[in-house]
Design a protein around this ligand. Structure first.
Ligand code: ISL
Length: 464
C-alpha cells in the first residue's frame, strides 16, 4: 500500500493484511447483532496504479480503458498545468506536480495524490457505471452506508487550465469544486438510497476552502446530495473561546439551513486534538464541546482514551503525508503488545502504559468513561439531539449554550475560573470533566451564575 488503503487495486476485495471478505461479513453481522452500523470508506476519485483498469489503460494509447483515466500530451519535461499533488512524500517538504509522465505511452496522467494513485475520469459514463456497481456490491453485503473520499474533487474543470499564481502552491485536491460534481453525487445518492430499508447513509469528505462551499454539498430539498458533509474548518480552529464562537456561528449559519452539520475534532489525517490543544484537561473539555453541539459528532478511534500522537522517529515514518503520529495503534491493555498479536509498525502513543483501554475501563473518572457518559446523555436527551441552540452569557473565556429548554453546556477555554449565566430554573450537573463523577450537588436552584474551574467542560440538566 502506498497510501494505507486509499490506493485501491480491487474495489471488491479485502487486503489480506486485514483479513478476508468472510471476516468482513462476520464483522458486519456481529456489529448488526449488537445494534451497530458499519459505514465503509469508498475511494472513487482515484485507484491504485496497480488496479487492472490502470494497468490496461497505461498499456497503450489505444487501450479500451485509456479514457478511464486523465491523460495529457507532453512535452515530457513540463507538466500540462501548474497543479500540485497533495503529498510531499516521506521526509519531503515540497508538493510535487499532480502529473506523472508515462514513458511508454508518452503522455502525462493526472493524480491529485501520489503518482501511485491515478485519478479516474468521471466524465466517462463507463467509469461512473463501474464505480456505482462497486457501491451496489457492498450494499448487498450489508454496508450501512459510505464515507466518500474527497468527493468534491471527482469532477475536473473543462480544459484543465492553470490555477492563478496565488493559489498554485495549494494542492489542487483542496480546491476543486466544479458544478459538474453535483450531478455525480446525485447519482451516487440514488444508488445508495435505492436499497430496501434500513436507509443507508451518505457521508462525503469535502475538503474545501470555505464552509459555504461545503454547505452546497448537502444539495437542495428537491435535489438532495450528501446526508453529512465533513467540515474540517473546526478541526483547524485553535483552542480559544472567541475563535470557536465564530466557527460555531459560521457553521450554524451556513450549514444548518441546508442540512445536518458534521463535527470532527480528530481524524487519521491530522494531529490528534489532545496533541493540538496541549493537555488532557482541554481534550476532555473538547469532548463536551463536540458532543453538545447541534449535528453529528464524529469520534476518531482513540480520542475516547484521550490519546496524543505517537512520537515517530524518522526511520519509522511510513506515510507519504506525514500523518503517522495520529495513526499509532490503540493500546488495549497493559501487556507488552497492548493487546495486539504482533509488534505494530508504528510506535505506541505516549499514554499506552498508564492510560490503556483496560485501565480506563476500570476507572470511573477516566476519559473513556467521560465519553461514555456524554454519549449516553446525548442518546437519552431529545434536547441534545435536536433541540434549539442558543448562546448564553458567560465570562470571556467561557462558551456556554442552551440546547432546548432543559440542557446547558459550558466549556471554559481559559486557565482561570470563569462563569456562565444559567437560565431561570433548577439545574444540576449531568457530567463535568473536573467535578467528581456520579450525582453532583445542584449548583444553583434559580438560574444565575455558575462558576467553572479552569479547563472545565460541564453539561447541566434542568430538574424543576
Ligand atoms: O491528509 C491531508 C493533509 O495531510 C488531507 O488534506 C487529505 O489529503 C484530504 O483530507 C484527503 O484525504 C483523504 O484522501 C486521501 C487519503 O490519503 C486520506 O487519508 C483520506 O482521508 C487520498 O485518498
Amino acid at each position: 500500500m502506498a497510501d494505507f488503503g486509499y490506493d485501491v487495486s480491487d474495489h471488491l476485495g479485502v487486503d489480506p493484511l486485514f483479513g478476508s471478505l468472510g471476516d468482513l461479513d462476520a464483522l458486519i453481522d456481529e456489529a448488526h447483532g449488537v445494534g451497530l452500523r458499519v459505514v465503509l470508506d469508498w475511494v472513487p476519485n482515484h485507484t491504485s496504479d496497480r488496479h487492472p483498469w490502470f494497468v490496461e489503460a497505461r498499456s497503450s494509447r489505444a487501450s479500451a480503458k485509456r479514457d478511464w483515466y486523465i491523460w495529457a500530451d507532453g512535452p515530457p519535461d513540463r507538466p500540462p498545468n501548474n497543479w500540485k499533488a497533495a503529498f510531499t512524500g516521506v521526509g519531503g517538504t515540497a508538493f510535487p506536480p499532480a502529473w506523472t509522465w508515462d514513458e511508454r505511452t508518452e503522455q502525462w496522467y493526472l493524480h491529485l495524490f501520489l503518482a501511485e494513485q491515478p485519478d479516474l475520469n468521471w466524465d466517462n459514463p463507463e467509469v461512473v457505471e463501474a464505480m456505482l456497481a462497486t457501491l451496489r456490491f457492498w450494499l448487498d453485503r450489508g454496508a450501512d452506508g459510505f464515507r466518500v473520499d474527497v468527493v468534491h474533487a471527482l469532477a475536473k474543470p473543462p480544459g484543465l487550465g492553470d490555477l492563478p499564481p496565488e493559489l498554485a502552491e495549494i494542492p489542487i485536491a483542496a480546491l476543486l469544486d466544479e458544478p459538474a460534481v453535483h450531478p455525480l453525487i446525485e447519482r451516487i445518492r440514488e444508488t445508495v438510497k435505492a436499497v430496501p430499508a434500513p436507509e443507508r447513509v451518505l457521508i462525503g469528505e469535502t475538503v474545501l476552502p470555505s464552509v459555504d462551499q461545503i454547505a452546497a454539498y448537502y444539495g437542495s430539498p428537491g435535489r438532495p446530495e450528501l446526508d453529512l458533509a465533513f467540515n474540517f474548518h473546526p478541526l483547524r480552529t485553535r483552542w480559544d473561546a472567541s475563535a470557536w464562537r465564530r466557527r460555531i456561528d459560521e457553521v450554524l449559519t451556513a450549514v444548518a439551513p441546508r442540512g445536518w452539520p458534521a463535527w470532527v475534532l480528530s481524524n487519521h489525517d491530522n494531529p490528534r486534538h489532545r496533541s493540538r490543544y496541549g493537555s488532557l484537561a482541554r481534550a476532555r473539555a473538547a469532548a463536551v464541546l463536540l458532543l453538545a453541539l447541534p449535528g453529528t459528532p464524529f469520534l476518531y478511534a482513540g480520542e475516547e482514551l484521550g490519546l496524543s500522537d505517537a512520537e515517530v522517529p524518522s526511520g519509522r515514518r511510513v506515510d507519504p503525508g506525514g500523518r503517522d503520529g495520529c495513526r499509532a495503534p490503540i493500546p488495549w491493555d497493559g501487556g507488552p503488545l497492548h493487546g495486539w498479536a504482533a509488534e505494530p509498525w508504528l510506535p505506541w502513543p505516549p499514554e499506552a502504559a498508564a492510560a490503556h483501554a483496560a485501565a480506563q475501563e476500570a476507572d470511573q473518572g477516566s476519559t473513556l468513561n467521560l465519553y461514555r457518559r456524554l454519549i449516553a446523555l446525548r442518546r437519552g436527551s431529545p434536547s441534545l439531539l435536536s433541540g434549539r441552540f442558543e448562546w448564553l452569557g458567560s465570562s470571556r473565556e467561557v462558551l456556554a449554550w442552551a440546547r432546548g429548554e432543559d440542557r446547558v453546556a459550558a466549556v471554559n477555554f481559559g486557565a482561570g475560573e470563569g462563569w456562565v449565566e444559567l437560565p431561570p430554573g433548577c439545574w444540576e450537573t449531568a457530567v463535568s470533566t473536573t467535578r467528581p463523577a456520579g450525582p453532583a450537588p445542584t449548583p444553583t436552584s434559580a438560574g444565575g451564575r455558575l462558576a467553572l474551574g479552569a479547563d472545565e467542560g460541564i453539561l447541566l440538566r434542568r430538574v424543576d
